[in-house]
Design a protein. Structure first.
Length: 188
């Protein structure tokens, strides 16, 4: 399984290839941390202050959306998670659990994207409060790449969760694999 840790990203390819801006902030050229100083409640990276974190946040949000869709396709309740507990109404903790499977794939997608190109100032926007977001058309490219990166691992993980839950039932339930079509492939 692909595993990347953010602390291993420091001093990598980002130093000279992230941004061809006239004079970008030094933190825009390297990966510093996933923590965002803009988040008041706890140390979370939800409000990105660098382009890399903005790209990761966008990719993770696509992973979350794909996880919710995968749960619905298999009839899983997205609000009943195992690793995450609901913090607010409709937090979709099962989808948050499944996003953990997708994170390394999003990380690799962002690493590949950074290695392939030099970004310009118009690829990112900085709000008055310092929050960085991905601009268009780069956002559409990241959305498509993230979908491709997470679809298969999320499909397999979601089906595995459904099968584990099915196996715990007293009633015999047929295992379905509508996302990966694994049962169909096994019969041919």
């Amino acid at each position: 399984m692909l595993v990347l840790r953010h602390r291993e990203w420091h001093a990598t390819v980002f130093q000279s290839t992230l941004c061809a801006c006239p004079s970008p902030a030094p933190c825009w050229k390297t990966f510093q941390t996933r923590y965002s100083p803009l988040q008041r409640a706890g140390k979370t990276p939800r409000k990105a202050v660098t382009p890399i974190n903005a790209m990761l946040n966008l990719g993770y949000s696509i992973g979350y959306a794909e996880a919710r869709l995968a749960c619905h396709a298999l009839g899983l309740d997205t609000e009943v998670g195992l690793l995450h507990r609901p913090k607010e109404h409709k937090s979709h903790s099962m989808a948050l659990d499944l996003v953990e499977v997708a994170r390394p794939h999003v990380d690799q997608m962002v690493l590949n994207l950074v290695a392939e190109r030099i970004f310009t100032r118009k690829d990112f926007y900085e709000a008055k409060d310092g929050q960085c977001t991905v601009g268009s058309p780069l956002d559409r490219e990241i959305i498509e790449r993230a979908r491709q990166a997470v679809r298969e691992p999320l499909a397999e993980a979601t089906e595995d969760v459904a099968h584990i839950l099915t196996d715990s039932c007293d009633t015999k339930v047929k295992k379905r694999t509508p996302l990966t079509r694994r049962t169909l492939k096994a019969t041919h």
